[in-house]
Design a protein around this ligand. Sequence first.
Ligand SMILES: Nc1nc2c(ncn2[C@@H]2O[C@H](COP(=O)(O)OP(=O)(O)OP(=O)(O)O)[C@@H](O)[C@H]2O)c(=O)[nH]1
Ligand SMILES: [Mg+2]
Length: 507
Amino acid sequence: MPERNFRSFSGRSFLSYTPIRSISSGSSKWSSLSPSTDSTASWPTPSKSLKGNSRCPRIFSVPGFASIRQHASPKQIAFVLAGIAFLLVLLLPAHTSQRSSIADVHSLGGSQPIRAYFPEDANKKGPDPIRWLEQNSNNKYAVSKGLPAPSLGWNRRPKAALISLVRNSELEGIMQSMRQLEFRWNRKYQYPWIFFNDEPFTEEFKAATKKLTSAKCYYEVVPKEHWSLPDWIDQGRFMNSLEYLGTIGVGKGWLVSYHHMCRWNSGFFYKHPFLKNYDFYWRVEPDVHYFCDIDYDVFRFMRDNNLNYGFNMNILDDARSFPSLWTRTRNFAATHPHLIHPEADLGWLLDPSNGGEYNSCQFFSNFEIGSLNFWRDEANEAYFDWLDKAGGFYYERFGDAPVHTLSVSMFLPKREIWYFRDIGYQHDINHHCPPHREGKCSCEPTRIDENFYRLVPSESTQRKPSDTCIRQFLGGEWLKKKEGWTMLGEKAFGGDGYHGYELVGDE
Ligand SMILES: Nc1nc2c(ncn2[C@@H]2O[C@H](COP(=O)(O)OP(=O)(O)OP(=O)(O)O)[C@@H](O)[C@H]2O)c(=O)[nH]1
Ligand SMILES: [Mg+2]
């Protein structure tokens, strides 16, 4: 029996001050720094220095410095002091929360982070994200007004940004998303916003978005070669598929721009030259909602815990948009076994009741917090190229959500994927609201299985897997059914067949 993969928080405050230790200036430590040449001739005597000689600052009159002064020139001492100051800057924690007016107690309350089940020994490897949350969900790294967090040193801020692909015409929508994310999180952390567009942003767009944040905003145009039909695509065949996807009603599949967008989000956004020096991103779409206060630095969380991908909804996609995706992925895996991560777990994406085919589960990628370096890695690049050369972004409607999901699952171990259950979020008809975050969210908590098949049209004959996507991903106890329950029995009484679980998800 696997252990439960979640832990509860106690109600105590995790706020802790780290006193800065004083640095010893004992002469014995300094003697090794003494210069071999005698430079005392150009240096004032101790008696003079005590009287405050202008060439000898008062600090040097501290006992112990006298002997240093005899052996070191002012230049050398200044050099050493500058070195110490530099080290102090590096070692100082890069946060200013204690001076901030923001609540300084950890605020997860009864909220329980859930980790996917993976073997116990893998669990022991590396850092513990749950402990990290216990210690840092008090706005610890919040940036105080007028005091930007230092970006040097071991504790430096991650190079990270909020990124959004958006049209000029979606200004109202992106303003709505920004207002909520700024209020819930970024006003405290002030990560920059980077907006991308396939054409230049208007002055109106720039002025209106800048007004909503005190963080920096950047406006970037997508290079033409990242947003146009590649030369290996047969235009006639593409036009036919647009018509076909339109006829059968696959979401926006008839729009040329939609195909460019899915391809860009799958394999190009992380190649944009402006992102070259960034390591992490949070993807934001227009017209989405963020319901809950987020009281920790999500980018530090990702970095400090070696996490490479974060999601908050894991749901079924409409399988008609990618008929050949699984066959092509399977062929890729078979021909590139060396690129598959040794601890990768694709099991949760395969449907045993359907010959081990892809079950169409996907991380709903309009919400994504991830590592740019993961996408830039050789394995993902080879996979994207494989799909791209096959034309799947144009002859079908390969979405960035299933493509990202398959990539993440092939090239990362599960312990590097994080379920941001605590971040309440809505994209159109799908919404997620965490339980037990009383006073922190403006939404009604949802079931863990809430959005499972909402993207699949009700008339669709698409086969649904026997367990919901999020439970297949989490595994372990999340799959256990109540004794005596059967799917058929539940359906006979009008249920949808997904209410037999022992763990309801509001624990
Ligand atoms: N600049 C630009 N952005 C686009 C274009 N097409 C889509 N986007 C952006 O890409 C993201 C996804 O596009 P959506 O049309 O919302 O696609 P979706 O989320 O699958 O569809 P909905 O469920 O209708 O929201 C959004 O941030 C859009 O603003 C385009 O042609 N140009
Ligand atoms: Mg959208």
